[in-house]
Ligand binder design. Structure first.
Ligand code: NAD
Length: 288
């Protein structure tokens, strides 16, 4: 494949940025890949494993003369990073982000982006429970959706060029309204993570079941269901703080369904449980 951006800067060198670095390098999509992370330890690890061509100690050096800047830091840090880099962005450059929440990131980042620089928010629907500079891999985005939520009046050529990069990394892309994105993701990702965290919390509180028993007899339900509870605490704290309304809406609905099932179990209403599980099985089987 051919080079799509001459110089790409990855800000925040964790799972997503690391996977982008591997995918871009493997497919020859960037002339030069540079990076920056806040912690000196992360920067050193990134250098040791050769994640980027250059890892800078100063974020402003990373974005100077750069064609594509990718903000891959926790959602709560996006605005502050955008403010720091804004004066050094090259005219005509594109800034994108990979944050799991879109409305609050747009509100935090867009005001800092100078005229003549294209801000195109995005979110790859791909991840693992691992984090940090060594956790990325080239195939993370393969066959996964990468949603873009362009602002009204966005430069269509800039959006198309970013789309080309995303497709060349193996992902599928679609465009969505930011508020709708946040509601969809509250159902498909944010609420499930919160519920997984609480399942582990419940097991921890249940003193009649020891931690050893939970580990040793971890049945498929607990093991499968709670894998994502090992995800990065900072990232997920920020997701809930910044997608508050949609997450609370979905959690309210979830609580209503739980109460309904709780009542059916208490009343011995096997028909209601069977009907419910039949309907949910059909929906789940439709998801590949
Ligand atoms: P990660 O924890 O693996 O990496 C985050 C990186 O950001 C680390 O290198 C950290 O040192 C750096 N960082 C933190 N604060 C910073 C700051 N103020 N300035 C510069 N660097 C800073 O996280 P990740 O999983 O790669 O997530 C990054 C972004 O991608 C988040 O916004 C997250 O919501 C989003 N995202 C994550 C997933 C997932 O499943 N992990 C999926 C899609 C999108």
């Amino acid at each position: 494949m051919s080079v799509i951006y001459d110089r790409v800067a990855l800000i925040g060198l964790g799972l997503i940025a690391g996977s982008m670095a591997h995918a871009m390098r493997q497919n020859g999509l960037a002339g030069e890949i540079v990076g920056y992370a806040r912690s000196a330890e992360t920067r050193q690890t990134a250098r040791d494993i050769g994640l980027c061509d250059v890892v800078y100690d100063d974020v402003t050096d990373a974005v100077k003369d750069t064609d594509l800047v990718v903000l891959a830091v926790p959602v709560g840090a996006m605005g502050q990073v955008a403010a720091e880099i804004a004066p050094f962005l090259k005219p005509g450059a594109t800034v994108t982000d990979v944050g799991s929440v879109k409305q609050s990131v747009i509100e935090a980042v867009a005001p800092h982006i100078p005229d003549g620089v294209h801000f195109i928010p995005g979110h790859p629907l791909a991840g693992t429970e691992h984090s940090g500079p060594t956790s990325g891999f080239a195939t993370l985005f393969r066959n996964r959706w990468w949603l873009l939520t362009p602002l009204p009046g966005s430069d269509e050529l800039a959006v198309q060029r970013l789309t080309d990069l995303i497709l060349a990394m193996g992902a599928k892309t679609d465009r969505m309204e930011p508020a709708h994105h946040d509601l969809v993701l509250a159902v498909t990702s944010h609420a499930p993570h919160l519920i997984a965290y609480t399942m582990v919390g419940v097991a921890d509180h249940l003193r009649r079941v020891t931690d050893e028993e939970v580990i040793q007899y971890s049945a498929a339900g607990f093991r499968d269901f709670t894998r994502i509870a090992a995800s990065d605490p900072t990232m997920w704290r920020d997701v809930f703080l910044h997608n508050k309304e949609a997450t609370l809406d979905i959690l309210g609905r979830f609580t209503e369904e739980l109460f309904m099932l709780q009542r059916a179990i208490r009343m011995g209403d096997g028909q209601q449980l069977h009907d419910y599980f039949t309907r949910t099985r059909a929906i789940r089987r439709g998801i590949i």
